[in-house]
Design a protein around this ligand. Sequence first.
Ligand code: S3P
Length: 170
Amino acid sequence: MIFTLIGFMGCGKSSVGKSLADALGWDFADSDALIEKGEKMKIPEIFSSLSETGFRKLEYSYISDTVSKYRKEGMNHLIFALGGGAPVYRPTAELISRQTCTIYFKCPVEELIDNLKTDGIENRPLLKGGNLESKVKGLLSERETVYSECASMTVHPYSLTPEMLKNRLR
Ligand code: S3P
């Protein structure tokens, strides 16, 4: 089974996803890390050379390859943290809704802003320049419907337990 984690930047997809995978003995992958490794470039460099549209297509190809790999017989379960904008690209939204169990990590906007201030925005070109609070609020309101529509489960990241994931396997 593949569990994809979606949600806005700073909601904890990678950190919470990794600790859940460790607790369960499952595999963990992060789409941004796969892209950076594969392309040998940091996310902001990819955005500047391909633009956001080009990045979304590239992101789709990495997500699709990973999903195909883990759908094969005999693979371990996977927790797959996706970049916050991945479901905005319709082919990605369709792929993860049809072929994975998609979990939306929903956080209050104030919590996202606090986390982003702590984490930093170096790898998040869409948040650079201007006022962080208004950028987060604007983008989140554009994306919330897409996140909810893609998800088969919506939770606050800290309320998701290993047992809840194991129950989904039945
Ligand atoms: C993006 C989120 C980032 C990264 C890129 C674009 C977005 O990932 O993929 O900066 O559009 O929301 P995180 O959600 O892991 O920060």
